[in-house]
Every structure is written in structure tokens, then in C-alpha cells.
Design a protein around this ligand. Sequence first.
Ligand code: COA
Length: 374
Amino acid sequence: MSTAVAISATGLFTPEQSITNEELVASFNAYVAQFNAENAAAIAAGERAALEPSSQEFIEKASGIKARYVIDKTGVLDIQRMRPDIPERANDAPSVMAEIGVAAAKQALARADRKAEHVDAVICAASNMQRAYPAMAIEIQHALGVDGYAFDMNVACSSATFGIQTAADFVRAGHAKSVLVVNPEICSGHLNWRDRDSHFIFGDVATAVLVEAADIAPQGSWAILGTRLKTKFSNNIRNNFGFLNRADPTGIGKTDKLFVQDGRKVFKEVVPMVSDMILSHLSDLGMKPDELRRMWLHQANANMNRLIAARVLGRDATEDESPTVLDEYANTSSAGSIIAFHRHSNDLQTGDRGLICSFGAGYSAGTVFVAKAA
Ligand code: COA
């Protein structure tokens, strides 16, 4: 029999600066007015299309997002720039991704009453890495003072659940007893803030999950009942930035080097894929939907989450059953379901069961069923 695994604790780092929809739309619309004025002749001659303004009402209705935290608000809202100003640091200074990852990781360790020396491995699982190497995870490992091994993995918005299963497998196989999964997501860096269809979607954050052998997990931990991963190729969410090309810093010329999506198709295709996956995993675990006390779903879109939860439960879920953090955090890629779990799990009782679920680019999806331990 393989070792029983638990989530011992989670950690959350939230940037200090936040942008409301009102501020975001005011900046975007000022950019649109400037663009249309500068290109008035070409627009009048029919050579160029005028840009359309964004609207707060649309954003809130289409996504449920009201605000987003960012590492650098000024750079994002400056209409001559419209991207975060995060200066490069010297090689001997901590990188930004590692810094926010460490903050979340330290909180997870403190909440589990665990010291870094007890941790055997660190996985940095996120949708973008600041550099190719050395791995962000190894920098985080070094900053924390963890022995053992560390590596990065990228499964877009599903990075956290893929990281949790990978960590759980290390524990099940006896390679480690305590593994930190860290998800620093600086989504503001790959969002095209000049694109009306998506400029409102993302925010920045870091989360951490401490996955451990159940026999060393602290009181109040979460037994992992089962994990499952799924991928299916799709071009509907894409980012072509890579080491063989250079990102266009203006985000205008080569927008495919930033986040691009066909949101309608994503919505239509991912909702059935994820709800079917949850239902079949539930059934394989011998559970019924009404035995699920709470679902901590990936936070991409409130309407999507409403539909997925309704397909699982056979009725609309309450906010208590499927809490959202989208209003405050927006889509934070892999970190979203972990923020929801971190913020909305303290009230559950011993034996209560829940689901951490991710979905996103790839397509990729992951389910992690948990039960509150004694
Ligand atoms: N302000 C005002 N109007 C806007 C707008 C904005 N910022 N962005 C788009 N619109 C307009 C469009 O031009 C369109 O107008 P039309 O009907 O006259 O053509 C209309 O609003 C609907 O646009 P559409 O893009 O079809 O909206 P939508 O209802 O599909 O919502 C998403 C857009 C992106 C919020 C939604 O498709 C979604 O969330 N999909 C899931 C994607 C996802 O979660 N991806 C994350 C990766 S994990």
C-alpha cells in the first residue's frame, strides 16, 4: 500500500497594489482615445479600424472580476507603457518570482509549524518562468534553506494541481516526506493590457502548498483522497513567447508573444471537459456529488465556474459551496484555486470533503479531492 498523503498547509502572498475595474477602464479608454486621435486620418480613410472603448459593466458581467492585484500598478496604467515596470535585478539579488514564492512558502511552513530543514523537495509550478535557468525552484529552495532537490514545471493554469500530484507521487513512492509546491504567478507580465477582449483578465499573486506524508502532517491537515490530471491539445489559449523569439515590449506588434485566447471556444470546450472529469473522478472514488462540502475551482471566470459547479451538483451551487475570489484577485492562473482553498477552508469540519480543481491552457485540468483530517 502506498503512503497516505496530506496537504499540511497553504500560504498566500498578495501584492500591495490593486487596480479596480474603474481605474483599468479609465486608463484603457484614454489609450483608445489617444490611438484614435493619432490615427484619425487613416481611420477616416478606412485604412485602419478605430479602437473600441472597454466597459466596467461588460467586464463584471462577462467575468465576475472587479479588481486585480499587481506588482506594478503605475506601469500598467501608464498609457504610454501599459505593462508592468519590473526592473531586472543583479544576479546576486533575489528574483521577483522567487521573492514572492518564498513569502508564500514561508507562510505555509509557519502554518504547518514546519522548518525548512524538514522539507525534502521544492517544486515551482507556474504558468511563466522568469528565466530558463537556474530553476526558480532552486532559488526558492536556496532562499528557504531546504536540502534535497527542486525543479520548475509549467502547466499553465493547471500548474498547481499538476504540482500537487507530482509532490504526492514523490511521497507515495517514498522519495520524499515533505514537498513544497510554490506558485508565483506574475500574470501582469504576459497580459496584453492593450487588448480590449482580455485586458481585464489577470492579476499577480503567489501561493504555496505543503504536501506531506499523512503520518507527519499536523493537526487540521487535509487528507488527499485522490488526484487526477488530464491534457488535451488546443490552440484556443496560447502564448508564443519563448527562447527562440523575443517578446515585443510594446505588446502591439507581436501580440502572439503575450496571452491570446478565443474565450468563447475556451468557455464552450472546457466546461464539459472539466465537469465530466470531476464526475468520473468522484465516481471512481466512490463518492456522490452531494458528499462534496466545497469546490475550490480555478478562478478564470465566474460564469464558467457557475456552470461547472451546476453540472457537478445537478443544481446551482451556493457561494458557500463554490466560493470565488475572482472579484478581488481576477484570474491568477494556477494560483486561483489555491487562493480559494486558502481563504475558504478554515470553517470545514473533520471529515468534510472538498475538491481543488484547475483548468486552463493546453488544455490542461487537474482534480485533487481532499478530506479534513482530525
Ligand atoms: N468592454 C466592452 N465590450 C467588450 C469588451 C470590453 N472589454 N471585450 C469584448 N467586448 C464586446 C465584444 O466586442 C463583443 O461585442 P459584439 O457582441 O458586438 O461582437 C461582446 O462584448 C462579447 O464579446 P465576447 O468576447 O464574445 O465575450 P464573452 O461573453 O465570451 O466573454 C470572456 C469574454 C473572455 C470573459 C469569456 O469568453 C471567458 O471568460 N472565457 C473563458 C476564458 C478563460 O477563462 N480563459 C482563461 C484561461 S484559463
